[in-house]
Design a protein around this ligand. Structure first.
Ligand code: TRP
Length: 379
């Protein structure tokens, strides 16, 4: 029997939590998360005010069409459905797995321009930067007391990130970034986090932190814990590959960025990989490259992939590329025009960020006050 006052309690619980995190990516658990996500969608339609969403991106490069069709479009939809949304520009997370910050300032403003260009409205959505919110970051301290190193080492997302760095020693920040991410979510008491499958263990970690805070440090209001347990919202978003049929990533030069112009888009798509069969079909398993282009054309033109493929018929790769290029350039023309205008207006972007940061700071300070009160650290 262990109790929360027993200093060995977490060691005993460790194996269990590590297993829970690993299990959160199992098929059965995923099926449950998917079912719950469908239920949440219905609850949003009934009463959007019950939910607060937090999500975010690392400012490590320009956003591309994979981000757009994968998450950005969904964020705009959630905003339109009346869900209060917080969007974090995770600048502090950039240094978890790399040596420098890169051209961070430029990237933060580029991200901001992307957000606003796709339709995120700064009046409805709070956009803020990690490094500007001291009270959020201070939550790290009590939160770190609630996790163990072996639990973090077993976190599947940390493992994956670590493996991706190719043998580089793991920084303390990389090891603890699920805890930082828990602070990102819990500082504003978000109860909904739109994620992809690979991020589900993070959410589990945030739920563990919320629960343990309650068990170990108690409450301010006896009727409810300081932190509500956040839930993942799994999107069914189609996942786009790069133009060579492999994972879309800037370093492979296979991406189409949101802010690219029409000519550059045409050039990138001209080099896209297809195959020798002139009859275009949508068959992601056997023809990943061709199917990915068909999917992109379908997403950009609001049609089904089967429709797009049937229309091209035996026109071959050349016709397919022409159709994709037109669909992408048409869909993104207004977004790109808006983006170009915004990029010219640094003053406005600065103002949007300052307002978001002020609002996030206010909320983070209120939460930190509650945390201190729960911990009896009010003097
Ligand atoms: N890890 C996310 C990414 O790689 C960014 C992020 C930081 C985030 N904190 C978060 C996402 C909290 C959701 C919730 O882009």
């Amino acid at each position: 029997m262990t109790t929360e006052t027993d200093p060995t309690a977490y060691q005993d619980e460790d194996a269990v939590v590590g297993d829970i995190l690993a299990a959160s990516t199992s098929d059965a658990s995923l099926a449950r998360t998917i079912a719950r996500s469908a239920q949440i969608e219905a609850e949003i339609d009934q009463d959007a005010s019950r939910f607060r969403v937090l999500t975010g991106d690392r400012p490590t490069g320009n956003l591309h069409l994979g981000h757009y069709f994968g998450t950005l479009r969904n964020r705009v939809l959630l905003q339109q459905r009346g869900v209060e949304t917080f969007i974090l520009v995770a600048d502090y997370q950039v240094i978890a797995d790399r040596d420098g910050v890169g051209p961070i300032r430029e990237r933060v403003y580029s991200l901001l321009a992307d957000y606003l260009a796709v339709g995120l409205d700064p009046e409805a959505t709070t956009i803020f930067t990690h490094s500007s919110i001291p009270a959020l970051n201070q939550l790290m301290l009590p939160f770190l007391s609630l996790v163990t190193d072996s639990e973090l080492r077993r976190n599947p997302t940390v493992k994956a990130e670590f493996e991706a760095t190719g043998g580089r020693p793991m920084s303390g920040l990389l090891l603890t970034y699920p805890v930082h991410q828990a602070a990102d979510i819990l500082f504003c008491k978000a109860n909904l986090v739109p994620v992809g499958k690979d991020q589900v263990p993070h959410l589990e970690q945030a739920r563990v932190v919320a629960r343990r805070f309650d068990e170990r440090y108690g409450r301010v209001d006896a009727s409810q814990p300081v932190f509500p347990p956040p839930e993942p919202l799994l999107s069914e978003a189609a996942s786009l590959l790069g133009t060579d049929g492999t994972k879309m990533s800037k370093s492979r030069g296979n991406t189409i960025e949101l802010g690219m112009d029409a000519d550059t888009t045409a050039k990138v798509l001209k080099k896209a990989v297809t195959d020798a069969d002139r009859n275009i079909t949508y068959d992601p398993v056997n023809r990943p490259e061709v199917s990915n282009l068909v999917l992109l054309a379908a997403l950009a033109s609001g049609r089904t992939p089967q429709d797009v493929a049937a229309e091209i018929g035996d026109g071959g790769g050349g016709a397919l590329k022409k159709v994709v290029t037109e669909a992408v350039n048409e869909h993104f023309a207004p977004i790109r025009a808006r983006r170009a205008e915004l990029a010219e207006d640094q003053g406005y972007l600065q103002q949007v960020l300052a307002r978001g940061n002020a609002r996030a700071t206010e909320i983070a300070e209120a939460t930190l006050d509650e945390v201190r009160a729960a911990m009896q650290m009010t003097y």
